[in-house]
Write a protein that binds this ligand. Structure first.
Ligand SMILES: NC(=O)CC[C@H](N)C(=O)O
Length: 223
């Protein structure tokens, strides 16, 4: 399983993501810079979190228009798995690879804390290592994580099982509609989520609840 991590000016979670992918798969991902138009032959492309282009004009809006996004779109259409975490999720939404939008947190404040997530769909390439309904811990750190979709889009996303993670037990940190924390595309090969599973993968992090996502998508689930 080969993976790539996208790097853009202002992203700052790329090294955490590289460390998580390396530790869990035993193989370091390749890194690709935003101007690349020819992506390496990988099975998984990850857009990590951060503050691409200082979050101007909207979070992810400028990054979504960089040359690399055309290449990522083509790979996604060809079935390659794409994961966007936090700013990566915002970029995927701005690029039209996922449905809905992320607005300013309802509190209008940056939130940096741990939340509980419910695995709403465990029948995906990203969540097979979990059980449906399982509650996991996960950190969040963002100011624009308030997921929104119009009624028609929301009905479709809910009806198709595209909601993969929900904030659980009253821990919704941002006002997201239906407590949505992560959604995938209809085909199931593109996932975006606001929480940071890469920051809870080993004892030194205080827990390893985020590990299941990487174990699922990197196909290294212990027998
Ligand atoms: N940790 C992140 O990726 C933050 C995403 C974005 N810059 C926000 O604050 O909403």
């Amino acid at each position: 399983m080969k993976s790539a991590v996208v790097q853009l000016p202002g992203l700052n979670r790329d090294r955490d993501m590289i460390a998580a992918l390396t530790k869990i798969s035993g193989k370091a991902p390749v890194t690709v810079w935003q101007t690349e138009t020819d992506l390496p032959d990988v099975d998984l492309i990850v857009i990590p979190g951060g503050f691409s282009y200082g979050d101007y004009l909207r979070c992810g809006a400028i990054a979504a228009r960089m040359p690399i996004m055309q290449a990522i779109k083509a790979k996604a259409e060809a079935g390659v798995k794409v994961l966007g975490v936090c700013n990566g999720f915002q970029i995927l939404l701005e690029a039209g690879l996922l449905p809905g939008a992320l607005m300013r947190n309802a509190s209008l404040k940056f939130v940096c804390r741990e939340v509980k997530l419910e695995v709403a769909n465990a029948d995906t390439d990203f969540t097979r290592a979990y059980e449906k309904g399982q509650i996991i811990r996960c950190p969040v750190a963002h100011h624009d994580g308030n997921y929104f979709a119009d009624a028609e889009t929301l009905a479709k996303v809910e009806g198709n099982g595209q909601v993969v993670f929900r904030y659980a037990e009253g821990t919704n940190p941002n006002g997201s509609i239906n407590d949505i924390a992560g959604v995938m595309n209809e085909k199931g090969n593109v996932l975006g989520l606001m929480p940071h599973p890469e920051n809870l993968i080993e004892a030194a992090h205080g827990g390893s609840d985020g590990r299941g996502l990487f174990a699922s998508v990197l196909d290294v689930i212990a027998a």
